[in-house]
Design a binder for this molecule. Structure first.
Ligand code: SF4
Ligand code: SF4
Ligand code: FES
Length: 241
């Protein structure tokens, strides 16, 4: 699983898109996460290493990186699970521009949430009574199924359609749109269905499920996108789009 001498050989991406991997030797520790490995390098080997994290408990979604070729949340990935022949290779997330080292620019990712109308549009004001939504109602359950997204970008980095089509909104933004389509309190569904039915929207998805295979929250954006495909076709047939 690891180096015989109690160390891990770690290759970290350094620089921008034209950078390169650089090797470090990191002490092996019990229950060490991949984020712990990166932090050790920054604290003990090179303080100029750039990377991003906040909560360290799988809630903020900021620590995602490419680990041995696969996008992962690093704070909840134990090094022992991913070490291959005593080595780990860690790079920035794919499909996003590299700012420096392990930090990538998430702007396009969040811009696409806005483009998919991933922001809740209230149908009531603060002066209206609070709307009661039955926890077991079909729409509440449908919204719940996709709601726990932490915006980590792992699915976006895993999606081949994002790689080949820069206009594609991507699994996270479309998953968010589907959550809101099922939110009976939201008032923007007509504009939202129009946004996700346009070029680069849900119909560009090839349904190969990489997003679902990699999502650390065990969400299934491909199923949400299938829901959007059905709903937008229905809206089109009814003349609503
Ligand atoms: S199912 Fe769709 S969104 Fe998910 S990885 Fe494949 S193309 Fe991307
Ligand atoms: S759907 Fe999953 S993988 Fe994609 S951003 Fe949300 S939590 Fe991360
Ligand atoms: S640091 Fe917040 S999810 Fe990993």
């Amino acid at each position: 699983m690891s180096g015989m001498d109690g160390t891990i050989e770690v290759s970290l991406w350094r620089g921008k898109a034209d950078g390169r991997y650089q090797a470090y030797t990191v002490p092996l520790r019990e229950n060490q996460t991949v984020l712990d490995v990166v932090t050790w390098v920054q604290r003990h080997a090179d303080p100029t290493l750039s990377y991003r994290f906040a909560c360290r408990v799988g809630m903020c979604g900021s620590c995602a990186m490419t680990v041995n070729g696969r996008p992962r949340w690093t704070c909840r990935t134990h090094a022992s699970r991913v070490i291959e022949n005593g080595r780990i290779e860690i790079g920035p997330l794919a499909n996003l521009p590299v700012i420096k080292d392990l930090a990538c620019d998430m702007q396009a990712f969040f811009d696409k949430w806005e483009k998919a109308k991933g922001v809740f549009a209230p149908s009531k004001t603060r002066h209206d009574p609070i709307e009661q939504i039955a926890p077991a109602s079909a729409q509440r359950l449908a919204a719940d199924a996709a709601i726990e997204c932490i915006n980590c970008g792992v699915c976006y980095a895993a999606c081949d359609t994002v790689r080949w089509n820069e206009d594609y909104l991507g699994p996270a933004a479309l998953n968010r749109a589907w959550t809101l389509v099922n939110d009976v309190r939201d008032a923007a569904n007509s504009a939202r269905l129009g946004a996700v039915a346009a070029n680069g929207g849900c119909h560009a998805c090839h349904s190969h499920q990489s997003c679902q295979q990699h999502c650390p929250m065990a969400l299934n954006p491909a199923a949400s996108i299938a829901g959007l495909k059905r709903r937008t076709v229905q809206a089109y047939i009814r003349g609503e789009l």
